[in-house]
Design a protein around this ligand. Structure first.
Ligand code: HEC
Length: 147
């Protein structure tokens, strides 16, 4: 009985690992977005009150929160559109490392919820624009030399 249980767990675990560790992201495919339109949407929805996009969009001065989270630029791990869509429609799912104004007192993200006002097309275009603004660089390893 117990053995069957362990065997089942093992099978499920390997299935999860083989499918890229995230079975929920399987079969998720957005239609192609328009990155140029995404830039406009970013400004229209006021994302630039708290964000700049490296080399593309500046953050507007002022705003209620003193938040500046830079999007785009060099990262050591590729940002899939699954990551980006999740950050936009479910910002509290995975929080950045913090800092003033980033995480609210109740532990949720200080990023507003756009789900009632953002169209799916806007989300697709935003994601296309953001994804193109990241470039992946190899991680910098710290070498330890032991005598
Ligand atoms: C009031 C400020 C504010 C506004 C407006 C805002 N955000 Fe954010 N956003 C944040 C904060 C704070 C974080 C970091 C904390 C977190 O991960 O939730 C964040 C995180 C993100 C991340 C994840 C960044 C990373 O490196 O993990 C993305 C992508 C993002 N926002 C996109 C957007 C988009 C697109 C809009 C407009 C539709 C927007 N944000 C509007 C405050 C804001």
């Amino acid at each position: 009985m117990m053995r069957t249980f362990y065997a089942t767990c093992l099978i499920l675990l390997s299935a999860a690992t083989l499918s890229g560790c995230n079975p929920q992201a399987q079969g998720f495919a957005l239609p192609p977005g328009d990155a140029e339109q995404g830039k406009e949407t970013f400004v229209d929805l006021g994302c630039n009150a708290c964000h700049s996009v490296k080399g593309q969009i500046a953050r507007v001065e002022g705003g209620d929160l003193d938040v500046h989270v830079v999007l785009g630029g060099e990262v050591t791990r590729v940002k899939t559109y699954g990551d980006l869509v999740t950050s936009i429609i479910n910002p509290s799912h995975k929080l950045s490392r913090g800092g003033p104004g980033i995480v609210a007192e109740d532990g949720t993200s200080n990023m507003p919820n756009y789900n009632d006002i953002m169209t799916v097309q806007q989300m697709i275009d935003l994601t296309a624009m953001l994804q193109a603004s990241y470039s992946v660089i190899p991680p910098r390893y710290t070498h330890h030399y032991f005598p």
